[in-house]
Ligand binder design. Structure first.
Ligand code: PEP
Length: 250
């Protein structure tokens, strides 16, 4: 079994000062939790101060996005080598990027490959919309996104996959543990088909979508769910630490 990952996606929240305050509040409580990889993903502008605030603690830093090119005339963008100096993880293909910034499977694929090349651990997000779920296509949408994102990717040794049903993100309507587990099984079997059972078995599969300290046990108790990607609840140090603690076994 892979080490579980509990990652906080702060999205477009926190000023630089607020990010330092939150990171400082998280430092000791997260350090006390063993057996879980803890990751915080602040906005780009706060990566350095959060890294400094966490210092030599066991909590890793991640970015929420990146461009796939190394450098050049891409005004406003941030490249993989720039991030590699600041953090070790990067969220790729979040549904908000796909929805509001028109990221296609092809773009997500280029980003996954660029992240791996730069030595960053991608947290690759996949997930279906409400209509797709209601029409019975959840599994095929997710596995097709996964195949698209992993085209020409040779090794998934450092990859984590986050299953985030779009209808569950920020809505307070989390999936049931059972429904999330069913999709994780499909993800695991697609990874097995592409990379073999050993590599697939070692890949952390995170659930994301309205995870809170109150419902996290439902996900942490599933055999194929090895972590969580947390949005809203990651902005509160106590709630985020409690979620990580439950993935460590309480
Ligand atoms: C997310 O942003 O990835 C997310 C899962 O958000 P929330 O926990 O707020 O639903």
């Amino acid at each position: 079994m892979p080490t579980p990952i509990v990652a906080g996606n702060w999205k477009m929240n926190t000023t630089v000062g607020e990010a330092v305050t939150l990171a400082s509040a998280l430092r000791d409580p997260l350090d006390a939790i063993e057996g879980v990889e803890k990751v915080v993903c602040p906005p780009f502008v706060s990566l350095l101060v959060v890294k400094n605030a966490l210092g030599d603690s066991s909590t890793a830093v991640g970015a929420q996005n990146m461009h796939f090119e190394e450098r050049g005339a891409y005004t406003g963008e941030v490249s993989p080598p720039m991030l590699a100096d600041l953090c070790s993880y990067v969220i790729i293909g979040h549904s908000e990027r796909r929805q509001h910034f028109w990221e296609t499977d092809e773009v997500v694929n280029r980003k996954v490959r660029a992240a791996l090349e730069a030595g960053l651990r991608p947290i690759l997000c996949v997930g279906e919309g409400l209509e797709e779920r209601e029409e019975g296509y959840a599994e095929s949408v997710v596995t097709s996104q996964l195949r698209g994102a992993l085209r020409r990717v040779d090794s998934i040794a450092t990859l984590a996959v986050a299953y985030e049903p779009i209808w569950a993100i920020g809505t307070g309507m989390a999936a049931t543990g059972e429904a999330a587990e069913a999709i994780m099984v499909a993800i695991r079997s697609t990874l097995s088909e592409l990379y073999g059972d050993a590599a697939a078995g070692e890949t952390p599969l995170l659930y994301g979508g309205s995870v809170t300290p109150d419902n996290v046990a439902e996900f942490a108790g599933q055999p194929n769910i090895t972590g969580a990607l947390v949005g809203g609840a990651s902005l509160d140090a106590g709630r985020f630490a409690e979620i990580a603690r439950q993935f460590a076994g309480g």
